[in-house]
Every structure is written in structure tokens, then in C-alpha cells.
Design a protein around this ligand. Structure first.
Ligand code: FAD
Length: 391
């Protein structure tokens, strides 16, 4: 893994080795952050309906179709190994019986975000700058707080025709109608890399935390990793591409997080951890100005924004709760990165103040997911060499 990232030398100067080395520095602080009281919660509506197609038509919804790897043995599986159970969200915080305001209050106690009030003029005022559907997080009466640390991203058995069609719909958002073909193909390429990197990262997590239904043991599955990701250089590169994008967004927003007022000593520690992460990331990790920096930029950006927003909405079509949870967290995290990278230069404080706490939580958790994937790529490489290359 010693090559430089071939995708776009003009977008990033970093090599895979550079990103591996940044990752080993930020990983310990990042891990503490996503386990902290503020960053471990995410709000989710498990009952929102798929807005794009009739959920009960066009998709296979019978039990066997929901099973991929273990479908042959489905009927003989113990109840607790069945995909519906594996994909369930555990321990919905007992806050879920309380009114939504009370749930939010828990996080507000940890983070009193100060909003700029009054007539703050911004050139961004009249434009939508959201790359994700923020309404579902902030306003939905059925949304509940979920403790992410109780619901690790892992193998769930979700698969078959349904998940394949969801991925197909997500990739098909990758179609840009632009007069300038060069701009359309750059936007298309960046969009594809983001989705493919997210898809590959999910595949790494399910390969690492895999249930062997014969032994009943959870653990890494090297062959599955190789089949889904390891044998595909482009997928590995896309993971590093996403690492550079989310890392740069975090590096760019963190100086402004002093705007967050954390009340207890504990949360001052969280702020320190955040600045540790930021200081280990070099700003040259990614050059966002080279993505959409020309006179067509606002048209490209708008199309990009609307399409990415659709990706966050397609997550409501995912039938496995645990997969939907992490799909929402990560698509929201990438959407937040795009908002920071592509909108902040016009008016930093406007963008900072437009961020909801759930976008911030998604951003850090998405960085953690992709950072863990980078670590696991290296772990699986060692495993591979031990198994196949040792004499
Ligand atoms: P899929 O992963 O479904 O892929 C479909 C097709 O896409 C492949 O045949 C290939 O042509 C192409 N493809 C695959 N990977 C890439 C890539 N990186 N880049 C470009 N093209 C690619 N399962 C779990 O066990 N745990 C989870 O947490 C989980 N979360 C999910 C979240 C979402 C949003 C979705 C849609 C699915 C999730 N799944 C999860 C299911 C998982 O992603 C797979 O769909 C499932 O394991 C079946 O895999 P598959 O081999 O059939 O191919």
C-alpha cells in the first residue's frame, strides 16, 4: 500500500502512506470523542416511509429475500442469528418514551450552541446550502435518540435483491445534466467516489464484525473482505478519498467549534480531543477549491447538493434498522462535509451557525467509521500476508 493516490493528484497531495500516518495519530482521540456523552447519540426516525417508491411493491420483502450470505440455512438458524434480529437496534435509549424536547435537552445540556441572532446578512441567506435532509432529524415527531455505542456497525445478514436495488438507486443519482461535459464528468466522478467509498467502508465493517453461523462466533472474515473490497484497488482508493474529504471538513470546521459552549469540565476535555484531531490533519489533505471552482460552480453545486440530499432520503428505504441507522449517520456525515467544504468560504459563520448538533455528531462518527476502515485495511493486509505469503 505504498502508492500515492492516483485518483486526482490535483485534489490531494496525500499518499496512502500519509493518510495512514495521519490516521494512526488521530485514531485514539477520535475513539474517545465518539464514545463521549455528546457524540455517541444520534437521532433517527425508524418509521419514516421510503419517499421514492412504494415500499411494498417492486421490492422483494419476504424473509428469504432479506437474507444474503446465510440464506441457504435460514430456517435452521437460531432466532437470534436471523437478519431481522441482527439488524435490530438494541437498547433504544429509554428516552424514547419521553417527548422529543426532553430528548434534545439531554444534548443541549452538553452543548449549548450559540446562534447568531439579529439580521446577519449573508450572501448564502437566500440559498439552500444543505446537502442532507435536515428536517427528518430536527423536526420529526417520531424520531428517537439512539446510543450508537450500543449499536455497532456490523454484519446483519441484510442483503439480496432489496439491498442491491438500494445501492443501484443510490448510484443512479450519479447523473448530472450539465452543458459542459467536463464539469459533468468531474461532478460524476466525485459523486461516484463518495458513494463507492461509503459502500466499501460498510463492506469492511461487516467483514470485520462478521457472524460465522456455523460456530456462532463473531470475528473478521478475510475472504469476505477480499471479495468485497481487498481485490478492488479502486474501492480501496475511494475509501482514502473519503478519508481526505471528511478529514479536511473536520480540520476546517474545528476552529469554529469554540462557538460551542460545553458546560462541564468533562466536555472541555471533549473540546481538547477535538483540537487534537484537528491539529494532526494537514490542510493540504484535500483541495476542495479544485472540485467546483469555476463560473459553472453554482449550477454544478446545486445539482450535486440535490442529488446528495436524495441519497440521505433513500436511506429511509433500507429495511434493516441497524443498516438504516449507520446509512443515515454516514450519508449525513458526508453531506455535512460537503456543506463545510463547498459553502463555508462564502460566509464561515453562516455555515457554522446553520449546522445542527446532529450534523456535527454525524460528521465525527463518519470520520470514525472511515478511520476505522483505514485501520482495518492495514489489519486485513497483515492477515492476508500471514495466510498467503508467509513461508
Ligand atoms: P452489494 O454490496 O449489495 O453491492 C451491489 C453491487 O454494487 C455489487 O454487485 C457491485 O457490482 C457493486 N459494488 C459493491 N461494492 C461497491 C463499491 N464499493 N463501489 C462500487 N460498486 C460496488 N449489511 C450489513 O451486514 N451490515 C450493515 O451495516 C449494512 N449496512 C447497509 C447500509 C445500506 C445503506 C445498504 C443499502 C446496505 C447495507 N448493508 C449492510 C447490506 C450490504 O451493503 C450489502 O448490500 C449486502 O451485504 C449484499 O452484498 P452483495 O455482495 O450482494 O453486494
Amino acid at each position: 500500500m505504498n502508492q500515492s493516490l492516483p485518483y486526482h493528484s490535483k485534489i490531494s497531495n496525500s499518499t496512502i502512506n500519509d493518510l495512514n500516518s495521519i490516521n494512526s495519530k488521530v485514531r485514539p482521540s477520535l475513539l474517545k470523542i465518539v464514545n463521549s456523552d455528546f457524540f455517541k447519540f444520534f437521532k433517527l426516525n425508524l418509521f419514516s416511509e421510503c419517499p421514492f417508491w412504494d415500499d411494498n411493491n417492486g421490492f422483494c420483502t419476504n424473509r428469504a429475500c432479506a437474507v444474503d450470505v446465510i440464506e441457504d440455512d435460514y430456517e435452521n438458524l437460531p432466532e437470534y442469528w436471523k437478519p431481522e434480529m441482527l439488524g435490530k437496534i438494541n437498547d433504544l435509549n429509554d428516552l424514547d418514551n419521553q417527548p422529543i424536547d426532553a430528548q434534545d435537552e439531554l444534548l443541549n445540556q452538553l452543548c449549548n450552541k450559540k446562534f447568531i441572532t439579529g439580521n446577519h446578512y449573508s450572501p448564502l441567506n437566500c440559498r439552500d446550502i444543505d446537502y442532507c435532509d435536515v428536517d427528518y432529524i430536527t423536526n420529526h415527531p417520531d424520531a428517537v435518540l439512539v446510543d450508537l455505542t450500543n449499536n455497532p456497525e456490523r454484519f446483519t445478514g441484510y442483503g439480496g435483491e432489496q439491498s442491491g436495488l438500494i445501492w443501484k438507486s443510490i448510484y443512479s443519482e450519479n447523473c448530472f445534466q450539465l452543458e459542459d461535459n467536463d464539469k459533468a464528468s468531474l461532478a460524476k466522478e466525485v459523486f461516484f467516489k463518495l458513494i463507492s467509498g461509503m459502500h466499501a467502508s460498510i463492506a469492511i465493517h461487516l467483514s470485520n464484525d462478521f457472524l460465522d453461523t456455523k460456530t456462532g462466533k463473531w470475528g473478521p472474515n478475510l475472504d469476505l473482505f477480499m471479495f468485497r473490497v481487498g481485490n478492488w484497488t479502486e474501492r480501496i482508493e475511494n475509501i482514502y478519498f473519503n478519508y481526505a474529504i471528511v478529514g479536511k471538513a473536520i480540520q476546517k470546521i474545528l476552529p469554529f467549534l469554540q462557538e460551542l459552549e460545553f458546560c462541564s469540565q468533562y466536555d472541555h476535555e471533549t473540546l481538547n480531543l477535538l483540537s487534537n484531531v484537528s491539529s494532526d490533519i494537514d490542510s493540504s489533505i484535500f483541495n476542495e477549491h479544485l472540485i467546483f471552482d469555476d463560473e459553472l460552480s453554482s449550477e454544478v453545486k446545486d445539482q450535486f447538493r440535490i442529488k446528495f440530499k436524495n441519497v440521505t432520503k433513500i436511506m429511509d428505504c433500507v429495511h434493516c434498522d441497524r443498516c438504516r441507522l449507520w446509512g443515515k449517520v454516514q450519508s449525513t456525515g458526508y453531506a455535512t462535509s460537503l456543506k463545510i467544504l463547498l459553502e463555508m468560504d462564502n460566509d464561515p459563520m453562516f455555515v457554522v451557525n446553520s449546522l445542527t448538533k446532529y450534523e456535527l455528531i454525524a460528521l465525527l462518527n463518519t470520520f470514525d467509521r472511515i478511520s476505522k476502515s483505514v485501520q482495518l485495511i492495514n489489519d486485513f493486509e497483515i492477515m492476508f500476508n500471514e495466510k498467503y505469503n508467509s513461508e
